[in-house]
Ligand binder design. Structure first.
Ligand code: NAP
Length: 286
């Protein structure tokens, strides 16, 4: 059999990543001759590692924490999403040229549409957190035509910086910044359609939640992009309050799907991969 074509991921640490499991499951299900490999790369070694990926002829690779922004300087071209978000999570090697893309926001958008039937155009969205994932999610919801976006973050200044960035990049969009514990959030939430948690709270401390249960209403779709654990306290309380709840697995799968299809031109076997990831996450939780 011919040598497999190589895909991969670079990050530090990388052992916890579900991407090798996800992509190799898809490769096997489709009977393709590819192999997806994880590489632990320190920030000081990033440029050399990327030069190595090109020299070795990888088809493409993912980039995860802490390299998503530093990677920008090493690319020849950027997609519109990557340029506006200011970070890349996916690279395609076209000959000797490297093209950077960001599929995190598209991943959430596809999960909202396909898994929850939610169309963001014209809606009011509240995003908890203002870190890297929030940046991708906020830009993508703005590009999808959200009427208003409210960012609420523990460090208010970080939400303000992100709000200014999005307004400057996507003219016409309305983005406001708040502190996570701002009393005004109650009024904002009263008319909101979507709440997306992009803080790492549910992952760091599973008994904690970014939002008091009393602020959740039945009109809300509540999405927690944390997927370890899958059933966060925020989602449990959302269901209790009669709201719809969406976990972070869909975003993970659909960001991977967008990358995989961009690299291989093959349709991603979403259901097969979802089943396999649920088994892997349940196994890890035991
Ligand atoms: P990040 O850049 O480090 O941002 C972390 C965010 O969480 C910041 O807004 C931070 O607020 C907030 N935060 C952390 N601890 C907090 C606490 N104790 N109380 C209040 N706020 C707190 O991380 P990221 O890359 O955005 O990732 C965030 C989470 O999203 C992670 O759990 C990650 O696994 C998940 N994620 C999921 C997917 C998916 O595909 N489902 C994709 C990407 C990320 P400050 O600014 O105040 O520090």
């Amino acid at each position: 059999m011919a040598q497999p074509r190589l895909l991969g991921i670079i990050g530090d640490p990388i052992g916890h990543s579900l991407s090798p499991h996800m992509h190799n499951t898809a490769i096997e299900a489709l009977g393709l001759n590819y192999l997806y490999v994880a590489f632990a790369v320190k920030p000081r070694d990033l440029a050399e590692a990327v030069a190595g990926m090109r020299a070795l002829g990888l088809v493409g690779f993912n980039i995860t924490i802490p390299h998503k922004e530093q990677m920008l300087a090493l690319l020849h071209h950027l997609t519109d999403e990557a340029r506006i978000i200011g970070a890349v999570n996916t690279v395609r090697c076209d000959g000797k040229e490297l093209i950077g893309h960001n599929t995190d926001g598209i991943g959430l958008l596809t999960s909202l549409r396909n898994d929850a039937g939610f169309e963001p155009a014209g809606t009011r969205c509240v995003i908890l957190g203002a870190g890297g994932a929030s940046r991708a999610v906020t830009v993508q919801l703005a590009l999808a035509g959200a009427a208003a976006i409210d960012l609420a973050n523990r460090t208010r200044a970080r939400a303000e910086t992100l709000a200014q960035h999005v307004v400057a990049q996507i003219p016409g969009v309305q983005v406001a910044a708040h502190a996570l514990d701002d009393a005004k959030l109650q009024d904002v939430l009263a008319t909101a359609d979507l709440i997306v948690n992009t803080t790492s709270i549910g992952m760091q401390s599973p008994d904690d939640t970014p939002l008091p249960e009393s602020l959740i209403r039945s009109r809300h779709l509540v999405c927690d992009i944390v997927y370890r654990p899958l059933h966060t306290r925020l989602l449990r309380e959302a269901r209790k309050r009669g709201a719809r709840a969406l976990d972070g697995l869909g975003m993970l799968i659909h960001q991977g799907s967008a990358a995989f299809e961009w690299w291989t031109g093959q349709p991603f076997p979403v259901d097969r991969v979802r089943q396999s990831l649920i088994e892997a996450l349940n196994g890890a939780a035991r």
